[in-house]
Design a protein around this ligand. Structure first.
Ligand code: ZN
Length: 161
């Protein structure tokens, strides 16, 4: 049984039939206290052998801000709410989030990577001289996060003063 975060009604569905917000399994007991809301952590871009990309979360932050009991997390990307399924691979190394779909079922992570031209560390250093970083803001520990790209310091041409 799942519970709507807004109206608290119980439902079997992933989204609340009345409020259309994501419902949750009974609250996950992660290691991050509820007071971790508002905290930030940095992640990097991961690239798989088939050139698919994802967001790599460092292990200590994964263990702190995520819970094995909460397999679905909400990611707010560019003002859009998406849902990411962590899966069992997230609890191995590396911990990667590969997909985050919006209400229409479209993956917004790929769009996000393309829009900001985000690259995995080695490639990013080579092309831009910096490591591309995606910042996670904790909205609700283990459940809801907002992700943004840090404004990078321009390396000459793109710099605006
Ligand atoms: Zn509801």
């Amino acid at each position: 049984m799942r519970v709507c975060n807004r109206c608290r009604k119980e439902t079997e569905r992933m989204f609340c039939p009345s409020c259309h917000v994501l419902t949750y399994p009974p609250r996950a007991a992660g290691s991050a206290p509820i007071s971790a809301a508002g905290e930030f952590f940095d992640t990097t871009i991961w690239q798989g052998p088939n050139r698919s990309r994802g967001i790599e979360v460092a292990q200590n932050e994964r263990d702190k801000y995520f819970s094995k009991k909460q397999d679905l997390v909400v990611l707010h990307i560019e003002g859009r709410r998406t849902v990411a399924t962590l899966g069992s691979q997230f609890w191995k190394k590396p911990a990667v989030i590969k997909k985050a779909v919006d209400d229409a079922g479209r993956d917004q992570l790929v769009k996000f990577f393309e829009k900001h031209h985000l690259l995995p560390p080695a490639q990013s250093i080579k092309e831009k001289g910096i490591v591309d970083t995606v910042v996670f803001e904790v909205v609700v520990p283990c459940e809801e996060f907002k992700i943004v790209v840090t404004e990078r310091k321009g390396s000459g041409a793109e710099e605006d003063t």
